[in-house]
Ligand binder design. Structure first.
Ligand code: DGY
Length: 318
């Protein structure tokens, strides 16, 4: 039986299937990636299932034992894997696109609502027993209805978000490297100029991949271009935001509020956000539904099996 090394605990149906199809070594890592343990566990393994919490840089990839042929990642994002190093090493990589688009868009909506309607602040007051009673001006937020949503990165998740946001009667704009076809735009308005895009939106939702090209995309200069009082949402990767710049803009209320699900050095949440009432902080829950995580695991296992059988599955990135 082929050996599969799995770095983290899995949803039960995925773990069961892994057990049935492979001789499985579960490492059950809970926090930081243990590179030495991973490499040692691989030994004669031909496949491994990793997650976005496992950093597979060039040095790690070059140290992987020879028998390893395929790496499945429990994510659509692949910025934690040096894909170029994998290519050089002849290591195939499969990921989990599509199946998490709805759940991640749902979480972006959750953050938008929480940020606009001050739900985090309200919950903290309620739990602290600090609510003094209903008054017409207590904890007023702002509505999403009729507001302009700017989707940065109109891929599968961005498109799913655009469809959902129409239910809130939002006007949908987007910025991408290139304009999409009409069938994918579904009525959203493409804005090519970044300053015009940022200046014309009420809510910015970031759906960019991580990596060098998108590092600190939202920096001080671009925050200045944002419409005053805008809301910033990020469910992509933490590296795309300059945290100090965003925290400053939240502190001065130049930015009304933010909703963040991803951070640069997870699981650490940048200290600059912790004392700000107008930022909603979630621990990378974008795809965290039972249905989605099972679908992701199954898709990763499908991809691994296909590569081992010398086929090229649709979710193979290298
Ligand atoms: C991904 O798949 O890249 C997500 O960040 C996990 O939710």
């Amino acid at each position: 039986m082929t050996t599969l090394v799995v770095t983290r605990t899995l949803p039960e149906p995925v773990a069961r299937r892994a057990h049935q199809e492979y001789s499985t070594r579960f490492l059950g890592l809970a926090s930081n990636f243990d590179r030495a343990l991973f490499i040692e566990a691989l030994a004669d393994a031909e496949a491994a299932l990793v997650t976005p919490a496992d950093q597979l840089d060039a040095a790690t990839i070059s140290a992987l034992p020879k028998p390893l042929r395929v790496l499945g990642t429990f994510s659509v994002g692949t910025d934690h894997i040096d894909l170029e190093a994998a290519r050089r090493r002849g290591l195939s990589v499969v990921n989990t696109p599509d199946v998490l688009s709805f759940a991640t868009a749902e979480l972006a909506i959750t953050l938008m609502l929480m940020a606009a309607r001050r739900a985090g602040e309200g919950e903290r007051i309620a739990r602290a027993g600090a609510w003094n009673g209903w008054t017409p001006d207590f904890l007023l937020g702002t509505t999403l209805e009729g507001k302009v949503l700017g989707i940065l990165g109109m891929g599968r998740i961005g498109q799913a978000l655009g469809r959902m946001a129409k239910g809130f009667r939002m006007e949908i704009t987007y910025h991408n490297r290139a304009r999409l076809g009409l069938d994918h735009e579904q009525g959203a308005r493409y804005v090519q100029s970044i300053p015009r895009f940022l200046g014309g939106l009420d809510v910015l939702s970031i759906h960019l991949p991580g990596g060098k090209e998108t590092h600190h995309w939202l920096n001080r200069a671009r925050i200045v271009d944002l419409k005053p009082g805008a809301i910033v949402i990020n469910t992509g990767r933490g590296t795309t935001i300059d945290d100090d710049a965003l925290a400053d803009a939240l502190r001065t209320k130049r930015i009304r509020a933010a909703g963040l699900d991803v951070f640069v050095h997870e699981p650490d949440i940048p200290e600059v956000y912790r004392t700000l009432e107008n930022v909603v902080l979630l621990p990378h829950l974008g795809s965290a539904t039972v249905e989605t995580r099972v679908a992701m695991g199954m898709l990763a296992l499908d991809g691994i099996a296909a590569v081992l059988a010398h086929r090229h599955p649709p979710n193979q990135v290298v």
